[in-house]
Design a protein around this ligand. Sequence first.
Ligand code: 13P
Ligand code: SF4
Length: 297
Amino acid sequence: MAHYYQRAELQDIADFVGDSLALARQAAKTDADIIVLCGVHFMGETAKIICPNKKVLIPDPQAGCSLADSCKAEELAEWKQQHPEYMVVSYVNTSAAVKALTDIVVTSSNALKIVKQLPEDQPILFAPDKNLGNYINSITGRNMALWDGACHVHSRFSVQALLQLKKDYPQAKVLAHPECKKIIVDIADVVGSTEALLNYAKNSDENVFIVATESGILHKMQLSCPQKTLIAVPPEATEIIVDGKLTPCSCNECEYMRLNTLQKLYECLRDEKYEIKVDSFLAQQAIKPIEKMLRMS
Ligand code: 13P
Ligand code: SF4
């Protein structure tokens, strides 16, 4: 199984490609004995929690997530303690330990739908993505308390470059992932998960799209609408750490997602490595908010 942010060659040979909700759903229904999750660690962990009796492998065990890393379980536990009457809603981009402290898990596909189902007078702690949380607050009029976390890839899209692209392509529709900064989401015509953006580009009558999310999505998007023009929003000039060194970066790729390569996938299938393990007590706690999510979405 592969996420839309994987390298094109991995998406091409995967049996299933999807967003994080679709990957979780697929894990729940597959009868395969082994799942190889071409994505980041929390996606493999989610699959393992859903399928404790299956072997779940990831081609590169270093494939983490800056957003998941921004929320440590001990800190969340403290936040919860300070707000005993609050319910905890966590984005799927979290560790198993954070999910174990959570009442309902959400993904970018179903966050809005699920929060709308919660009683209006129920106070909510939302972790860890403040951009997604802000977006939900703005649509629902709720006042969820937000964890101060963000995805480093979605935070670095250049507003100036986006405004210039809109001038250059006045007929284009702007598609943005809700992990983007508020100003990008405010400019966007369509806000949604990777799958929602893909479906919009495929099914709409428009022909030109400016896309503000990790550029891996452009692969399937272009395959599903070959005649349409897709333009990736560039990031602010930035530097990322590659092999321990600060390196100039002018792309909107998630370096964690890109750690998985065809060679590593081959070795993963050949040697059945690297296996994702989740502590069984944590898994028993973490499955509850995931099942709740699957029911409510
Ligand atoms: P989706 O749920 O849209 O697939 O997003 C996952 C993710 O990690 C976005 O950065
Ligand atoms: Fe995490 Fe951002 Fe990469 Fe998604 S794009 S896996 S949120 S670091």
